[in-house]
Design a protein around this ligand. Structure first.
Ligand SMILES: CC(=O)SCCNC(=O)CCNC(=O)[C@H](O)C(C)(C)COP(=O)(O)OP(=O)(O)OC[C@H]1O[C@@H](n2cnc3c(N)ncnc32)[C@H](O)[C@@H]1OP(=O)(O)O
Ligand SMILES: O=C([O-])CC(=O)C(=O)O
Length: 378
């Protein structure tokens, strides 16, 4: 038994997975062998979800019936709406609300009492969670803004339907396609912290809703998915300050600030997802004739590369992309969760298929010879 403490579990192998492969030195990401560049450009989110859950890309017929089955599950129960209204009224943050919403979905899931490892029931639960989360998130955001929820449409794909439910109007095709691509890019990423937490939860043989609730909580932190909203808040700080972007980032680094959207546990070079989103952010800026958000981002990227040798991760350019699409900053991380649900579910299924309780050890460094005194004598 090794007594070496691996803080942060860096480079520790704890599982085998067929889902996604990251080459951190080359800056490459593949899902089940397909490059992220190909999938981002050519595959819909629904195709990628099918790929992750079923092990291969669907045929046309398979895609149609999978999509139809997901569409059928888009509506959410009145009880879930009432919970959403309560959460919005309590001014709960969207990520905390989403965590509660996943739990609440369990209360209304017809398969809630199925055996934990019942493949058929889990496939149905998976479709329900993935299909209902966008409806719930859009409803939450509309409630937070004092608007009525919008009923999902069955003639729009997953991405376009979310934007429709969020804004109450059919999205521009370029924005719908951009959003679909962003969902594809966020669908899976090896054993990142939230996926690992889902596997830990599943390894105790608790159910799919438990695993996804755990994962939402883990994604919310500022070192993980929470960074995308912080990137946009930072860009807005730069915009509001009197300093130019170089002076601003110089001061921020000097004051010891950790810059959101930079650095990664696995990538030693630019995250390939940041490359793709950066290009899209630029295209949106050019189309709108407003380059400031993209220009701040580029300036900060160059400065941090020169002075810290750190490259942007996925959260850096999703921020300006979403902002230019008019998406409220508070729901950037919930959108990440909505997309990553595909990967969390796929990894939970892999965990169930090869389950062993995940239980590492901590080296005890506390007091070893304490003498107990009764409370009156302390
Ligand atoms: C979807 C995702 O989860 S992607 C990651 C999203 N998170 C962020 O963008 C938050 C900012 N980034 C970070 O905090 C980190 O880079 C992490 C958490 C992503 C990776 O952390 P780790 O692999 O544990 O690296 P660690 O935190 O030890 O950093 C190594 C060194 O780089 C520095 N560093 C890393 N990232 C940053 C950053 N964003 N800004 C400034 N310095 C940084 C650290 O200060 C540290 O320097 P030191 O050794 O002199 O103290
Ligand atoms: O892999 C990680 O550690 C974080 C990340 O980029 C992701 O979850 O997409």
């Amino acid at each position: 038994m090794s007594d070496e403490v691996k803080r942060g579990l860096e480079d520790v192998l704890v599982a085998e997975s067929e889902l996604s492969c990251i080459d951190g030195d080359a800056g490459e990401l593949v899902y089940r062998g397909y490059s992220i560049e190909d999938l981002a450009q050519k595959a819909s989110y629904e195709e990628v979800v099918y790929l992750l859950w079923h092990g291969r890309l669907p045929t046309g017929d398979e895609l149609q019936s999978f999509t139809d089955a997901m569409i059928e599950e888009r509506t959410i129960n009145t009880g879930v709406y009432e919970q959403i209204e309560r959460l919005a009224a309590a001014d709960e943050s969207p990520m905390a609300a989403l965590r509660t919403i996943v739990s609440t979905l369990s209360a209304y899931d017809p398969d809630a009492d199925a055996e934990v490892i019942d493949h058929e029931a889990n496939a149905r639960k998976a479709r329900r969670i993935a299909a209902k989360l966008p409806t719930a998130l859009a409803a939450l955001q509309r409630c937070r803004e004092g608007n009525d929820p919008v009923t999902p449409r069955s003639d729009l794909d997953h991405a376009a339907n979310f934007l429709y439910m969020l804004n109450g109007s059919e999205p521009d095709p370029v924005l719908a396609e951009t959003f679909d691509m962003a969902l594809v890019l966020h669908a899976d990423h090896g054993l990142n912290a939230s996926t690992f937490s889902a596997k830990v939860t599943a390894s105790t043989l608790s159910d799919l809703h438990c695993a996804i609730t755990t994962a939402v909580g883990t994604l919310s932190g500022s070192l993980h998915g929470g960074a995308n909203a912080n990137v946009m808040r930072m860009l807005k700080e730069v915009h509001a300050s009197d300093a130019d972007a170089v002076t601003w980032i110089e001061d921020a680094l000097e004051s010891g600030r950790r810059v959101p959207g930079f650095g990664h546990r696995v990538y030693n070079v630019k995250d390939p997802r940041a490359r793709i989103l950066g290009e899209r952010s630029k295209e949106l800026a050019e189309a709108a004739g407003e380059m400031c958000w993209y220009n701040y981002s580029i300036t900060i990227e160059e400065y941090i590369d020169d002075h810290k040798g750190l490259a942007p991760n996925v959260d850096f350019y999703s921020a300006s992309t979403y902002y230019q699409m008019g998406i409220p900053i508070d729901i950037y991380t919930p959108i990440f969760a909505m997309a990553r649900t595909a990967g969390w579910i796929a990894h939970t299924f892999e965990q169930y298929d090869e389950n062993r309780l995940i239980r590492p050890r901590a080296r005890y460094v506390g007091n070893e010879d304490a003498t107990f005194k009764s409370v009156e004598k302390r």
